[in-house]
Design a protein around this ligand. Sequence first.
Ligand code: FES
Ligand code: FES
Length: 150
Amino acid sequence: MAITLTVNGQAHSVDVEPETPLLWTIRDTLGLTGTKFGCGIAACGACTVHVNGKAVRSCTMPVSAAAGAAIVTIEGLARAGGLHAVQQAWIDQQVPQCGYCQSGMIMAVTALLGQNPHPDDDQVDAAITNICRCGTFARVRRAIHALARG
Ligand code: FES
Ligand code: FES
């Protein structure tokens, strides 16, 4: 079944079953492999993308639910050759370790800061529930606060 998706500003017609997870459509059909698979049950956040500006765990969203929406993946975050401020903060604060969780982490943080540019620690804890097996949480928090300070 043909479904039209708009990913990183570009429209695509994809021929997939409507119940196919958005994650696999992004990775396998569109070849955008920056979005990662971790758990498949909406628990870890590795697969986080933006759908209409909100952070969504794409492993459990059927692709049909994203038809017509504006989807942004980690590949679409940088604009006109420049890194997004969150990506730059990740470099400045040396956040990543192995890096596997970090595209999802960055997408979750970008969505949070878009809605709340100055989150306190409780708001960070409530919004950023992504799992990092390398334990980068303290650095993630430091980068968020650096961004909030501007
Ligand atoms: S792979 Fe989607 S939340 Fe873990
Ligand atoms: S940096 Fe390795 S899992 Fe998060």
